[in-house]
Write a protein that binds this ligand. Structure first.
Ligand code: HEM
Length: 396
């Protein structure tokens, strides 16, 4: 079978090419893609790579696509996503408490209120762009609450994030220039916010990080910026995409929507199946730290290994009828949030955000339909939805 370039955004323009991934899983699961790049598509191999940071390193060459400009990557490298243990362990410890079940329980009622406000705001109108008016707003609100970003700055920050990842430029060079400019602006904002919190500390994560102890020392300014950038970016597009793909799936399955409407307690299971079926992240990568073998293939130190989440989540050796959307699937051990030491710090938060929004949507709106097909951004990395026009009645 002809296997397209899996790192080319155009390969995903009509959705994830599941037939290609199925063929790779069955015939070439650790596939050499040239120039020391490997595509890993089976569930067990993907989990092995993510479980062994000493062999498959995040530090030695990037989790993010390596065709981004060097200066851009160098700055991103300072955050925990791009570190290996033991540095990673110490950094992650600094922010873990902000995402603990106790902290999230305190945020829960605010999330519920905000989800209701977002849905109420569009209810009488009978139509909205779900991506920009609801799905994109919820994660932005929540991470700003956690970090302590003032309300007045939030829209501006979100547009910078969108430019960093879901670029609207078709030309790669233009897209990269704009992404770098947006990243610089976001970093400058982090500096301003840090100064403001130093003058007026509050009960938020940015204030906590000012006094954080990283193995006997304070965080350097650039490390603080890297934290801010990571936390701000990691949950925005991913959660928006989870919500949009989730709604899109449900619009084709009115029976599931009806079941969830009469039994909202099944929403967590629906969300897990959305995560398995349409995971927001296409691939993350690692660099081989020392010669090793994977799936019988010899990998050399320095090789790049790209793990494909949409493929692992449809591996028939783990999931029965993997191409079927089945909200009764149990267990559902998908890899949408990764695995091992870098397992998504915001997983619980993303699930809660999604649950609140879907709960309000089905409680307050009825006969929800597509107005236009969903518009997705050109990407081979984090799937991002630009617009999702829907119409509805103001009663369920
Ligand atoms: C890490 C996916 C939402 C913060 C990860 C990883 C994945 C992932 C796959 C693993 C990266 C790796 O192995 O290299 C997702 C998805 C989300 C989501 C699909 C939404 C549906 C969030 C949210 C936040 C967040 C809401 C926080 C606000 C992070 C952080 C890391 C991470 C900080 C790095 C953890 C580490 O390096 O130890 N995420 N994420 N994510 N995620 Fe998420």
């Amino acid at each position: 079978m002809h296997s397209p370039d899996l790192t080319d955004p155009d390969t995903y323009s009509a959705g994830v090419p599941h037939d290609v991934f199925r063929w790779l899983r069955e015939n070439d699961p650790v596939s050499h893609r040239g120039a020391g790049h490997w595509a890993v598509t089976r569930y067990d191999h993907v989990s092995t790579v993510l479980r062994e940071p000493a062999i498959f390193s995040s530090w030695l060459g990037g989790v993010l696509p390596d065709d981004l400009p060097v200066e851009f990557l160098a700055k991103l490298r300072e955050n925990m996503l791009n570190r290996d243990p033991p540095e990673h362990t110490a950094m992650r410890r600094l922010v873990t408490h902000a995402f603990s079940p106790q902290r999230l329980a305190r945020l829960d009622s605010k999330m519920a209120v905000h989800a209701r406000i977002l849905v109420e705001r569009v209810r009488d109108r009978g139509h909205c762009d779900f991506a920009t008016e609801i799905a994109g707003q919820m994660p932005l609100f929540v991470i700003c609450e956690i970090l302590g970003v003032p309300l007045s700055d939030r829209e501006m920050l979100y547009s910078r994030t969108a430019r960093m990842f879901g670029s609207e430029f078709s030309d790669r060079a233009d897209a990269q220039r704009d992404a770098i400019a947006a990243a610089e602006e976001l970093r400058d904002y982090a500096t301003e916010l840090r100064q403001a919190k130093r003058a007026r500390p509050a009960d938020d994560l940015v204030s906590d990080l000012l006094h954080a102890d990283l193995d006997g020392r304070r965080l350097e300014h650039s490390e603080f910026q890297a934290f801010f950038m990571l936390l701000f970016n990691a949950g925005a597009d991913t959660t928006r995409s989870l919500l949009c793909f989730g709604l899109d799936l449900l619009l084709d399955r009115p029976d599931v929507l009806d079941r969830a409407r009469s039994k909202p307690c099944m929403l967590p299971r629906v969300i897990e199946e959305i995560l398995r079926f349409e995971p927001p992240v296409i691939q993350f990568r690692r660099t081989v730290a020392r010669d090793t073998t994977l799936g019988g293939r010899k990998l050399a130190a320095g090789d790049k290994v790209l793990v494909y989440f949409p493929s692992a989540n449809r591996d028939a050796s783990v999931f029965a009828n993997p191409d079927q959307f089945d909200v009764d699937r149990a267990p559902n051990r998908h890899l949408a949030f990764g695995h091992g030491v870098h397992f998504c710090l915001g997983a619980r938060l993303a699930r809660l955000e999604c649950e609140h929004v879907l709960r309000q949507l089905i409680a307050r709106l009825g006969s929800i339909e597509r107005d236009r097909p969903m518009v997705t951004a050109r990407t081979a990395f984090i799937r991002s939805v630009q617009n999702q026009e829907i119409r509805f009645s103001d009663r369920p």
